[in-house]
Design a protein around this ligand. Structure first.
Ligand code: 15L
Length: 272
C-alpha cells in the first residue's frame, strides 16, 4: 500500500480530498497546523508545522506521494507568506529527496499567471506572469518542483487551481470555476499518471468561457462540469466590477495595489 500524505488537510480543498478518499476507501495520511475534524478509520492524522523540518521528516517517512495543499491561500504581506508558502516547500522538497518520495502534487494557483488579460487563451507552457506576492509564491513552488525534477528526478504536478467552489458565483467564475467533482477528477488523474516528470495543469472545469488550455499537459484530466450552466443566473444579477479587476485573469488579486499609470493595450506587453 502506497503512503499518500495530504498537507493542509483541515482546509477547504483538503476536506474535499478527504471525503473523496473516504468514498474510495483509500487510506490517507493527514497533516495540518490545526487539528482535523472527525478522523476516519483509514486516516492517520498529525498536527504540526511544515516549518519544523523534524516534523516533516516524520511525516514523509515511507511516503510515496505528497498532495501538498497547505499554505496561505490569499495575498498577504510577504512576512506572512514566507513560512507557509516558501520555507515549508523547501522543507518538503529537501525531505522528499532525503526520504525517496516519488511524486509531489502541488496546489499552485491560476494567480501564477494572473496578469494575462481576461479573454486571452493561454496554455500550460506560457511564461509565468504572477499578479501578487501570493501568485509569486506559487511561481516559487513551481520553480522548486522543476528544479527537483531536473536535478533529482522527483516528479511534480503543479495544479494551477482556478476558482475552487461548489458553484460559480461571478462573471469571472464563468471562466475560472473548478467544481469539486472536477477537482477530484484532476487529483485522480494526477495520482494515477504512470510517470509525469515536471507537469503543469490548470485546475478548471470544462467551462465554455475558460481561458486556460490544458491540451499541452500530459495529465489525462477530463473535466465534466461547465460554469455555463449558471451563466443566465449570474449574468442576470451581475454587478459592475473594478475595470482593472475585469481586465486581468487574476481579478481582484491583479487589481490590488495596481498602479501602472498608462492603460495596457489589448495585446498587453505582459504577454511578450
Ligand atoms: C486562489 O488561488 C485563491 O486561493 C482563492 O482564494 C481564489 O482567489 C482563487 O484562486 C481564484 O482565483 O478564484
Amino acid at each position: 500500500m502506497k503512503k499518500i500524505v495530504l498537507t493542509g488537510a483541515a482546509g477547504r480543498i483538503g476536506s474535499v480530498i478527504r471525503a473523496h478518499f473516504d468514498a474510495l476507501e483509500r487510506p490517507l495520511w493527514l497533516t495540518d497546523i490545526r487539528s482535523c475534524a472527525a478522523v476516519g478509520p483509514r486516516e492517520t492524522a498529525r498536527v504540526g508545522d511544515l516549518g519544523d523540518i523534524a516534523f516533516v521528516r516524520q511525516l514523509l517517512t515511507g511516503a510515496d506521494t505528497v498532495i501538498h495543499m497547505a499554505g496561505i491561500p490569499d495575498d498577504r504581506p510577504l512576512a506572512d507568506l514566507i513560512g507557509p508558502n516558501f520555507l515549508a516547500l523547501n522543507h518538503l522538497y529537501a525531505t522528499a529527496l532525503e526520504l525517496g518520495v516519488r511524486r509531489v502534487i502541488f496546489a499552485s494557483s491560476n494567480h501564477a499567471t494572473g496578469m494575462y488579460p481576461s479573454g486571452q487563451k493561454i496554455d500550460t507552457r506560457v511564461a509565468v506572469n504572477p499578479d501578487s506576492d501570493y501568485g509569486a509564491s506559487k511561481v516559487w513552488g513551481e520553480a522548486l518542483g522543476r528544479m527537483y525534477w531536473e536535478k533529482h528526478g522527483i516528479e511534480t504536478i503543479c495544479l494551477r487551481i482556478g476558482s475552487f467552489a461548489e458553484r460559480p458565483v461571478s462573471v469571472r467564475h464563468l471562466s475560472t470555476w473548478h467544481s469539486y467533482p472536477d477537482f477530484c477528477r484532476l487529483l485522480d488523474a494526477s495520482l494515477a499518471a504512470p510517470a509525469t516528470g515536471f507537469e503543469i495543469i490548470y485546475g478548471v472545469s470544462a467551462n465554455t468561457r475558460a481561458w486556460w488550455d490544458n491540451s499541452t499537459s500530459s495529465v489525462p484530466y477530463r473535466p465534466l462540469n461547465n460554469a455555463e450552466d449558471y451563466a443566465q443566473e449570474i449574468l442576470g444579477s451581475a454587478v459592475p466590477v473594478d475595470p482593472v479587476e475585469a481586465r486581468f485573469q487574476g481579478g481582484d488579486f491583479a487589481a490590488r495595489y495596481f498602479s501602472r499609470s498608462h492603460k495596457p493595450e489589448a495585446a498587453d506587453d505582459a504577454t511578450r
